[in-house]
Design a protein around this ligand. Structure first.
Ligand code: SAH
Length: 470
């Protein structure tokens, strides 16, 4: 076969990012938008020695789990990977993904899927995965959106999302995205109208010219507070006061812009200029109120975050007197959850503004048994351990997708906490780190995925590891 050849294939499996996998004469094809059970016509895009990529041309027989996508650009837009899969099947897919990683990369031969509980009987140290925590209503769950601004095919100013793997702009239909807040489209319209009126150009990535790169929108689901932050390729936003006024009238409580003049894929710049409001919004998870600034990391799905933190707290198994370290703590959200049930909690986070928020959050909520450190987990923890001989009964980690740094893991071993609770947004690196901990005196005893990103391919997961000696 060669490029553009059309062939028929049955989809038998699904890859990491949700792409369908099928075989012809033993050769493997990855086909985006094709689902397990579909019989399709596909055309060859690219062929490697052992596998190739093809494009979905026509669905001959749809898979039983195939549903009509709600968004007209679901396929083209990089924001959703699984919208055409029935939500219950999305959950199954994610469970299996975590399971496969922990088994293949993590070497957890004694792990079983929730439905295979019976097979676990009699297996030494068997761990039956707990069912994934899904959402009742898997739409409009995001409290944050970052819309790139640019010109559509018609040359008109628009905002939307990037297509998968590229930076070509897919305008959001009616400026709306079904994963985001209802308010977003109105706010985007105000911003785009303002840009048109004052002839403010969108940023052109290729030419590194133009001003407005992205619009960051955030909402505090419990407080109702709305935040707008424009990311600009310049030091100043012309008529910024006027824009702030219009947004204020529309109910926005915090307006700012962020300066990013670099040629980079990183969205936010480091300098924030405040135009209106206190520079932050608030949100509540459980009974704790958090302050969120434009640069702070904050989980995007507040409904599921509460369940995720609840699971982490349950796995931490605290009785009141423990010393807990919360590594990669962001604005201290997990730290304050833990603080209610622990003796003392130490948080470590690399972004200084997030730690400022963390301290302020603890103060606001009257939490006195937490202390925060700015710096890399792999530097702060060894330093505190070697210099101050700090101790931990429980260590919670919630690293970015690349997982924990080896020095961080080595230090955890030296500190020898009773339990490690690993909160992960990437089960492949989770599995790698679980393997290392299991080889060095810990044993994973509970595994529970949480669906933080319905329609997307990523899955969050919490693992409890207990010390077994050494
Ligand atoms: N636990 C938090 C944040 C998790 S996201 C929450 O649930 O909200 C991961 C966090 O790790 C981010 O805030 C990121 O800034 C931080 N981070 C990334 N690399 C780090 C490192 N080497 N050391 C400490 N923190 C780091």
């Amino acid at each position: 076969m060669k490029k553009n050849d059309v062939f028929t294939v049955t989809i038998e499996d699904m890859g990491e990012d949700g792409a369908g996998i099928g075989k012809t004469d033993g050769y493997t094809w990855f086909i985006k938008d094709a689902l397990i059970g579909d019989v399709i016509q596909a055309s060859v895009m690219k062929m490697k020695k052992n596998y190739g990529f093809a494009r979905l041309v026509k669905i001959l027989e749809p898979a039983p789990a195939r549903v009509e996508p709600r968004c007209p650009v679901a396929r083209a837009c990089g924001g959703c990977q699984l919208q055409e899969l029935d939500y219950r099947e999305q959950l199954r897919f994610k469970e299996r993904k975590v399971y496969n990683h922990l088994k293949r990369i993590g070497g957890m031969d004694r792990l079983f899927l929730p439905e295979d509980r019976e097979k676990a009987a009699g297996v030494l140290d068997a761990v039956v995965m707990e069912p994934i925590i899904g959402m009742e209503d898997p739409w409009r769950y995001r409290n944050k959106a970052q819309y790139p601004v640019g010109l559509g095919k018609d040359g008109q100013l628009t905002a939307g999302f990037y297509a998968g793997r590229t930076h070509s702009l897919i305008p959001a239909p009616g400026l709306d995205c079904l994963l985001g807040c209802q308010e977003n489209k109105e706010l985007l319209k105000i911003i785009l109208d303002f840009m048109k009126e004052y002839k403010i150009k969108p940023y052109d990535e290729a030419a590194h010219q133009g001003l407005v790169r992205h619009v960051l929108l955030r909402k505090g689901f419990s407080s109702g507070g709305l935040m707008v932050c424009l990311v600009i390729n310049g030091e100043e936003l012309p008529h910024g006061g006027e824009l702030a006024e219009r947004l204020r009238e529309a109910g926005v409580s915090s307006v700012s812009y962020s300066v990013n003049t670099e040629r980079t894929n990183v969205i936010m710049g480091t300098r924030i200029v405040n135009l209106y409001g206190p520079g932050y919004i608030t949100d509540t998870i459980g009974d704790i109120e958090y302050r969120i600034s434009p640069l702070s990391f904050y989980q995007v799905n507040p409904v599921q975050t509460e369940k995720l933190y609840g699971t982490a707290l349950e796995f931490a198994d605290l009785s009141g007197g423990e010393t807990v370290w919360d590594l990669y703590c962001g604005i201290g959200t997990i730290s304050s959850f833990l603080a209610k049930k622990a003796g003392k909690v130490y948080g470590v986070e690399i972004i200084p503004q997030a730690i400022e928020d963390a301290r302020e959050n603890a103060r606001r909520n009257g939490i006195e048994n937490v202390e925060f450190f700015v710096g890399k987990a792999e530097e702060v923890l060894p330093e505190q351990y070697e210099r101050n001989h700090v101790h931990a009964d429980v260590i919670v980690v919630d690293p970015p997708r690349k997982g924990c740094d080896p020095v961080c893991l080595e230090t955890i071993l030296k500190m020898a906490p009773e339990r490690v609770v690993y909160v992960s947004c990437d089960s492949a690196t989770l599995a790698r780190d679980v393997k290392f901990l299991e080889e060095n005196g810990y044993r994973a005893t509970r595994v529970r995925p949480v669906d933080m990103f319905p329609m997307g391919g990523h899955c969050e997961c919490v693992v409890k590891l207990e010390r077994v000696g050494k």
